[in-house]
Unconditional design. Structure first.
Length: 148
């Protein structure tokens, strides 16, 4: 079954685990609850988040730069129950890349708190493992130019 079409496309994975993402705008999409009463949306929703310093989510930084802490205002949307496993993407050079997978809320299981940031697994920290499992080479060598 091929589900790809005009509205369903593949997204490249972000591979640079050393890139500093703090301050970047990222987008979370999902069908997670839209409030703390567990109201589930009928349509896919988007939240606008901003990558925060680790201290916004953790007492100690995660090992190997393996997680992303993201903050947002209430009006921009928040991660909530049902969003876990969904993509976290960002725009770079007019192209979207998947930079993370939604994991959990940083402090409390309450979605609509302005200071409750969300934690996302950073895709680039696991890109070698993803490559070994899928057989996809995410580190293609750059094309060489003809020297003639």
């Amino acid at each position: 079954i091929n589900i790809l079409g005009p509205t369903v496309k593949l997204i490249p994975l972000h591979t640079n685990n050393n890139e500093n993402l703090v301050g970047k705008t990222v987008y979370l999409t999902g069908f997670g609850a839209i409030n703390d009463m567990n109201v589930i949306p009928k349509r896919l929703r988007v939240a606008i988040l901003h990558v925060d310093n680790y201290t916004g989510c953790f007492d100690n930084p995660p090992p190997n730069n393996s997680e992303i802490c993201a903050a947002s205002s209430l009006s921009e949307g928040k991660a909530c129950r049902g969003d876990s496993g969904g993509p976290l993407v960002f725009l770079k050079k007019k192209k979207y890349y998947q930079v993370g997978l939604t994991s959990h809320l940083a402090l409390l299981p309450i979605c609509r708190l302005k200071y409750n940031n969300s934690v996302h697994t950073r895709v680039s920290a696991y890109i070698s493992w993803i490559s070994s499992v899928t057989g996809v080479n995410f580190f293609r060598p750059k094309k060489q130019r003809n020297s003639s």
